[in-house]
Design a protein around this ligand. Structure first.
Ligand code: COA
Ligand code: MG
Length: 303
């Protein structure tokens, strides 16, 4: 299973800000915002009678406003609908980093779109991301990840959607997400089994930043790579929570240095100040350091 996604370059996906493609004022703000990526929404946040206008906004935006160094993701309607087909056509003209499919419930939802992308000769750089946001999506997350993370099927990441999942399961919203955690962890596990990134759900209450920071911390502890956001005020907390922590970074550098010593050659476990570290920790440590370097470099470029 030496798949290309496992060797994918490290990419910060701490903060992915969703913007309704109909909202020109919000679109105009994006260039100045410090999120790792933008999710341009053509689905639920755009009313049916203004979908054409929203697609037009995206075509103009992508032509005129390069978001250097940041990922651009376009969320479309299901391609089983005419609206979704038109969204896909417009999205392909924009050539984003990824096309995000809503309510993915089975591998064919990914594969059908992958075929359309292949027919349209879409560059391989255009990935497919999947919203996991329905009971069937959660139950089938492993099967979706397994059959769709190949180069041909282009699947690069899962994004969790709790608003839909709560609605369909009738699990009420509650700060600690207690009864949702098992499902969230199932999605994380499915993603990791096949080398996919996995992004935590939006949090609706954008004025309560303390609660938001706590939810980011919980998402990080569950293993998520970042969070989908709905408001610029949420960017800083997500960037902080999902960046490598200073102590973790320090430890990672120690691990790399310890295994680089001549006396460690041929050893798979070593004693580092009374703690066992294993050679398998080295790649994890290298990933963390690489992530921190990319984040620092971006910060330096902005200053
Ligand atoms: N991206 C970029 N800018 C945004 C933004 C976003 N997601 N959300 C708000 N802003 C801008 C607003 O345009 C506003 O600037 P303005 O006064 O120049 O227009 C500024 O930030 C402050 O916004 P605020 O007044 O606090 O909120 P609002 O009432 O304008 O918008 C929402 C609130 C929830 C409607 C809006 O944040 C939003 O549409 N979020 C995304 C929703 C979405 O994508 N849903 C689908 C995924 S679940
Ligand atoms: Mg949804």
């Amino acid at each position: 299973m030496a798949d290309f996604y496992f060797s994918n370059t490290v990419r910060p996906r701490r903060s992915l800000l969703s913007v309704p493609a109909i909202n020109l004022r919000a679109l105009a703000k994006l260039k100045a915002l410090d999120c790792d990526g933008v999710i341009f929404d053509l689905e639920d946040s755009v009313a049916p009678d203004v979908k054409d206008e929203a697609r037009g906004n995206l075509l103009t935006f992508f032509k005129e406003t390069p978001l250097a160094g940041r990922e651009t993701i376009i969320r479309i309607n299901p391609t089983s609908t005419n609206v979704g087909q038109r969204d896909l056509k417009a999205a392909l003209e924009c050539a984003p980093s990824a096309i995000l499919l809503p309510k993915v419930e089975q591998p064919s939802h990914i594969q059908d779109v992958a075929e359309l992308l292949a027919e349209a000769d879409a560059p391989e750089t255009v990935k497919i991301w999947a919203m996991i946001e329905t009971p069937k999506g959660v139950l089938n997350a492993a099967a979706i990840a397994e059959s769709s993370h190949t180069q041909a099927a282009r699947l690069g990441a899962f994004v969790v959607g709790l608003n839909d999942l709560r609605k369909e399961t009738r699990v009420p919203a509650e700060a600690r997400r207690t009864y949702l955690v098992p499902w969230l962890m199932q999605i994380v596990l499915a993603a990791r089994a096949y080398g996919l990134d996995v992004i935590d759900s939006v949090s609706n209450d954008f004025r309560d930043l303390d609660a938001f920071a706590a939810e980011c911390e919980q998402g990080r502890a569950m293993g998520f790579d970042g969070k989908m956001l709905i408001h610029p005020a949420q960017i800083d907390a997500a960037n902080r929570a999902f960046a490598p922590a200073d102590e973790a970074l320090e430890e990672a550098r120690e691990i790399i240095a310890a295994f680089a010593k001549p006396e460690s050659v041929g050893l798979n476990v070593i004693n580092s100040n009374g703690r066992m570290i294993e050679r398998l920790h080295v790649s994890q440590a290298e990933r963390l350091v690489a992530m921190a370097e990319i984040i620092d470099q971006r910060k330096a470029e902005k200053e």
